[in-house]
Design a protein around this ligand. Structure first.
Ligand code: NAP
Length: 417
């Protein structure tokens, strides 16, 4: 494929998909998008850490060939004001795997969030957020080490689908009339109206991905989070379709929580993944009080949005929360925080959110040794209270270092491992 501004590295192989599986050579080409604002601080720092860990893990046998792609302000500079160039989307599809820093949503009429556009254009239907505790990280919980969950949040449906009609508009009046006259609905005269589509296709592909992840990563349970007691035909249907996909497609390896009690006296049979469900509001409480009971979580869009930030706060906050947006194979890993413009270019912020998103990426391509080295180095450095400003204000007696200095400390720990 010929590109106008994307320079593909001279060496390396694109990630391919064969028989539904990723094929990654020892010299893959992976895409990276620097990101706006603090992207200039965190992305180069993370690339140094990732490259050091790859070198340490594989001693030159494996190496990533990075291809820079452009979105956001940097893209606008390269592509004559275009923040969302078609070429970048083509390159992500072509390379299959990419990682991105945060992107500014330009303020003003007519600009959609670039992140939302990216998810929708590439149909990245699953937002995946692992939430786990690293030793030394400041946490409000008594036993934060019990938190080790991976949230699969549906990314395309629900009240985020954009089906909203403002109070007083002709569209709103038309819909209100239909609902009142044809459907017998009753609501206040000036109500703004929104529609919450939840489909079996959307629900099943999300739950399928969550269960497959649980299988691939030896996880013990998948919990369907919903508010089906109130919204029976949307949230309740998500729960129903979730159980269906578990039974129909993974019946050999899954068992429901009810079956564990009714047929196995509360003991999970060896090798089985338990499928259970919890109502969304109680889920927030349970993740504070009994996080050890939960492993993989599958949620719809809105519940997952709230839940993933709340859980991130239990184990260090947005500065270190990792994430990815994934389709069946194409995956874009990303820092979960924004561009923090007041810190841009100041070499101050915590690079760990992007760094751990990179770890997810290396796990995804089958290079877990990179993640293991980085996680061990992180615990060592943070354990010595060598931290960026955000952790320094929470940890007494810490040594505050800049973004680049934190990366240096991690690289030193990796090289000594
Ligand atoms: P933000 O950029 O996430 O920053 C909010 C605050 O979070 C910062 O002021 C800082 O808190 C803390 N923070 C963020 N990243 C940090 C890091 N790496 N290390 C330490 N602390 C960090 O949110 P925002 O100010 O609401 O949004 C700014 C822009 O980012 C907007 O244009 C928004 O659209 C965009 N955004 C993009 C994404 C994305 O690309 N995925 C996500 C969210 C927002 P303190 O000031 O307390 O230190």
């Amino acid at each position: 494929m010929g590109y106008k501004h994307v320079q593909m590295p001279e060496k390396g192989d694109k990630v391919r998909i064969e028989n539904g599986r990723l094929v990654v050579t020892d010299q893959p080409i992976l895409g990276f998008i620097e990101g706006d604002g603090i992207g200039v601080d965190i992305t180069p720092a993370c690339m140094r850490v990732w490259n050091a860990a790859i070198e340490k893990a594989y001693g030159g046998k494996r190496c990533v060939h990075w291809a820079e792609l452009y979105l956001g302000e940097k893209a606008a500079g390269v592509y004559d004001g275009d923040y969302f160039p078609e070429e970048t989307l083509d390159a992500i599809k072509d390379l299959t795997v990419a990682i991105k820093g945060p992107l500014t949503t330009p303020v003003g009429e007519g600009f959609r969030s670039l992140n939302v556009s990216l998810r929708q254009t590439l149909d990245l239907y699953a937002c995946v957020r692992p939430v786990k505790y690293y030793n030394g990280v400041p946490s409000p919980l008594k036993k934060p080490e019990e938190v080790d969950a991976v949230i699969f949040r549906e990314n395309t449906e629900d009240v985020y689908a954009g089906l909203e009609y403002a109070s007083g508009t002709p569209e709103n009046q038309k819909l209100a009339k239909f609902l009142r006259q044809e459907m017998g609905a009753d609501f206040f005269e000036d109500a703004g109206l929104g529609i919450k589509p939840i489909s079996s296709i959307g629900s099943k592909r999300l739950v399928r991905k969550a269960i497959q992840y649980a299988i691939d990563n030896n996880r013990s349970s998948v919990t369907l989070v919903h508010k089906g007691n109130i919204m029976k035909f949307t949230e309740g249907a998500f729960r129903k379709w979730g159980y269906e996909v578990a039974k129909e497609e993974f019946g050999e390896i899954t068992i429901t929580e009810d079956e564990v009690w009714s047929e196995h006296n509360g003991q999970v049979p060896e090798g089985k993944i338990v499928i259970k469900d919890r109502i969304a509001d109680i889920m927030f409480q349970l993740m504070l009080l009994r996080p050890a009971e939960f492993d993989v979580l599958a949620t719809m869009n809105l519940n997952g949005d709230y839940l993933s930030d709340a859980l991130a706060a239990e184990v260090g906050g947005m500065g270190i929360a990792a994430g990815a947006n994934m389709a069946d194979h194409v995956a874009v890993f990303e820092a979960t925080h924004g561009t923090a413009p007041k810190y841009a270019g100041k070499d101050m912020v915590n690079p760990s959110s992007l760094m751990f998103s990179g770890c997810m990426m290396f796990d995804y391509i089958g290079w877990p040794e990179v993640t293991q080295l980085i996680e061990a180095a992180f615990e060592k450095v943070v354990g010595q209270k060598v931290v960026t400003y955000d952790f320094a204000r929470l940890l007494d007696g810490s040594t505050k270092v800049p973004t680049s200095g934190f990366a240096d400390a991690l690289i030193e720990a990796i090289e000594r491992a």
